[in-house]
Design a protein around this ligand. Structure first.
Ligand code: 4GS
Length: 245
């Protein structure tokens, strides 16, 4: 996948994109990430990228000219772009569904928002789609851009050894993951649940499913409304509800 990121702080990306799975995907030519700084497209002496808001008020607004010139250069080459993603607390909350959808496209373009936001006319000029990574305020849109790239990377063919492990993770089936354990069997008096040591694959499967349902009910009951539940799930959920009384 080709990924273009427009950012006033390209150096912020070197850590996250220079380590671990994303770095390996880049080294294997599965990810072609290019960073662009709109400041390089500002033509005035101070290379201005922001200005005061019309109508008054505090803070600054990202100017259109350097951003549009930068974006036009980005869009002029490479595969066709149907969506320009823009980070913003006003955007759609990023979901597993949006990540999966984005992973299907050949190319990903992200504009990192800064200051009070970007001049609204950007959305009239390009096929933008705003996304947010949560209801809190960050200092810039770089971390949200890294989050999207990281989450999308997991679904690109060849990036994870095993696509099934990407899909088996939380949210694919709309439930939280069950508790995990590894050696030793006992640590400071705390034992691994017996069923996991039993070797009974069917009992283990049922235990895990039930604990997934228990966690989801306790921590994220909102997810249960969307989850696809089998008759067995509904039975396990009923058991959990009685146990938790
Ligand atoms: C987010 C967020 C964000 C908003 C950027 C204030 C600097 C900041 N962007 N998800 N100006 N949450 N952006 O907080 O996407």
């Amino acid at each position: 996948m080709r990924i273009d990121i427009l950012t006033l702080f390209p150096a912020m990306f070197s850590g996250p994109f220079g380590e671990s799975i994303v770095a390996r995907a880049r080294a294997n030519d599965l990810l072609d990430i290019r960073l662009w700084n709109p400041r390089d497209f500002a033509v005035d002496r101070h290379r201005t990228v922001d200005d005061t808001p019309y109508g008054g008020g505090t803070g600054m607004v990202m100017k259109l000219e350097p951003l549009a010139d930068c974006l036009e250069q980005v869009l002029a080459t490479g595969p066709k772009v149907s969506t320009v993603w823009v980070t913003s607390p006003q955007g759609e909350l990023l979901t597993h569904q949006m990540v999966l959808e984005t992973a299907q496209s050949e190319r990903l373009v992200i504009v990192c928002g800064h200051y009070e936001g970007i001049d609204e006319r950007l959305h009239a000029l390009y096929p933008t789609r705003e996304f947010s990574i949560g209801d809190y305020v960050l200092t810039g849109g770089e971390l949200p851009a890294m989050v999207l790239v990281d989450a999308v990377s997991r679904f690109l063919p060849g990036v994870l050894g095993d696509l099934n492990s990407a899909l088996a993770d939380c949210f694919s089936d709309g439930l939280l993951k069950y508790p995990q354990y590894t050696r030793p069997e006992e640590f400071r008096g705390l034992r691994v649940p017996d069923v996991l040591l039993s070797g009974h694959h069917e009992q283990i499967r049922i235990w895990r499913r039930k604990e997934s349902l228990r966690r989801t009910l306790k921590r994220r009951p909102d997810l249960l409304d969307q989850a696809v539940l089998s008759p067995e799930d509904l039975r396990l959920l009923e058991q959990v509800r009685t146990e938790e009384q």
